[in-house]
Design a protein around this ligand. Structure first.
Ligand SMILES: *Cc1c(COP(=O)(O)O)cnc(C)c1O
Length: 430
């Protein structure tokens, strides 16, 4: 970075932030700590581009962590938000727009008979887990190491790969009891799943999984992994929860479950469906969803659930998506994945570009990554250097080696080709 770095406005904003916000940020990864530098401060964004508080422009591959599928400030979304705001920002009462959104979600995602709207992915997954436990009358939840399902207590268990490692909390402040019913297994390891079901099948309420893991870099499911999860949960009358907070309306209109033709019992949605506003959802089979209050005895609620401004944004996003949208997006992601691989080829760097449909990721490791153990063996210092070289040339990647690359529909051929040229230059100095 240039030596006049000290004078950047961003630095002084971050200094002020650090006085009044823990770590200077409202969500940990924004601190850029894992790439060993101070964060950039966002000023505004449009389409594929984001400008920081020092007026520098970046081609943005964070895109609000995948929330902006059309790119930033998509005009129909911005207009819908403005119009909704003038009609009242929150009522705490049922609205017709929420019904339209629920109908749209149930039409697009075949496994959804009913949905409930919430305000964050964390709320969606936390509620889906409570519902699964309430419906089955069982306590155990099976999750996979390296899959992120938000920051509720029961789902923060992460440590301890290997069969039947009963949950060890991944955060201070989570009581042992909160994760003692969470079993953590390696992603893509169906034998480990079979084994836990042989031993504890009748106690397992649900298996929760990211159908494409996108919170440890990008790790696709191996062929058959998701359908085997479906078969084993069916055999033991446990529920299968697809956490589609990233993949929902990003892989396809029907999400990863349509992409792979595997139907879960419960689905969580977020990010894309909020169009950049706080809106998420969970849903599934009617007999399960009807266990929620006020129909049933599983309690779940929210003052801002189905918020009219967020609902308007969501309707605007979903209304513009079609099968062609995903074909176009997938083509651009393919172009980027191939271009990045091409740019890094012959530089002597060890790397793997992984792509699955509309999602991609890069690991500095010279072999395929199929689970979190593999992902952790990638060279994170190399990622930090590459990230810095890309940033100084105007490309904003996620400030962490364990994140996916989010391409939006506003990333045209031009932006992607420029990104690949910059990657070649960055790799040659990394
Ligand atoms: C982002 C994410 C969440 C949490 O969503 P928030 O809106 O950040 O609470 C849950 N699951 C997955 C797969 C995610 O990527």
């Amino acid at each position: 970075m240039p030596s006049h770095d000290e004078d950047r406005l961003g630095n002084s904003i971050f200094k002020r932030a650090s006085q009044v916000i823990p770590g200077g940020v409202n969500s940990p990864v924004r601190a850029f700590a894992s790439v060993g530098r101070e964060p950039i401060v966002a000023e505004r964004a449009e389409g594929a581009y984001l400008w920081d508080s020092d007026g520098r422009r970046y081609i943005d591959y964070i895109q609000s962590w995948g929330a902006s599928i059309f790119g930033h400030a998509h005009p129909p979304v911005a207009e819908a938000i403005a119009a909704a705001a003038t009609r009242g920002t929150s009522f705490g009462l049922l609205t017709e727009a929420e019904v339209r959104l629920a109908e749209l979600l149930c039409d697009a995602v075949p496994s959804l008979d009913e949905v409930r709207l919430v305000s964050s992915g964390t709320e969606a997954t936390m509620s889906a887990v409570r519902l699964a436990r309430g419906f089955t009358g069982r306590d155990l939840i099976v999750k996979f190491d390296g899959c992120y399902h938000g920051h509720s207590d029961a789902l923060l268990a992460a440590a301890g790969s290997g069969v039947a490692t009963l949950g060890i909390s991944g955060s201070a402040g989570v009581p042992a009891g909160a994760v003692s019913s969470t079993v953590v297994l390696p992603y893509n390891d169906i034998d480990a799943v079979d084994e836990i079901f042989v031993r504890h099948g009748s106690e397992i309420a649900a298996v929760i999984v990211e159908p494409v893991a996108a919170n440890m870099g990008l790790v696709p499911p191996e062929p058959g992994f998701l359908s085997r999860l479906r078969a084993v949960t069916n055999a033991h009358e446990a529920l299968l929860i697809f956490d589609e907070v990233i993949t929902g309306f990003r892989m396809a209109l029907g999400g990863a479950q349509a992409y792979y033709s595997v139907a879960p019992d419960l689905t969580t949605l977020g990010k894309v469906i909020g169009g950049g506003l706080p809106l998420a959802a969970f849903g599934g089979r009617a007999e399960i969803m009807e266990c929620l209050a006020p129909s049933g005895d599983v309690y779940q609620a929210g003052t801002l659930s189905g918020n009219p401004v967020a609902t308007a944004a969501s309707l605007a996003v979903l209304g513009d998506l079609s099968a062609e949208t995903y074909q176009m997006l997938e083509g651009r992601v393919e172009l980027l994945a191939a271009g990045l691989a091409n740019a890094l080829e012959g530089t002597g760097l060890e790397f793997t570009v992984q792509q699955e449909g509309t999602l991609a990721g890069i690991f500095f490791l010279n072999e395929p990554v199929r689970n979190y153990e593999d992902a952790k063996r990638a060279d994170s210092a190399m990622y930090s250097r590459f990230f810095g070289e890309m940033l100084s040339r105007g490309v904003l990647l996620a400030p962490s080696p364990f994140e996916a690359i989010f391409v939006s529909l506003a990333h045209g051929r031009d932006e992607i080709e420029r990104t690949c040229d910059i990657a070649a230059a960055a790799a040659s100095t990394t």
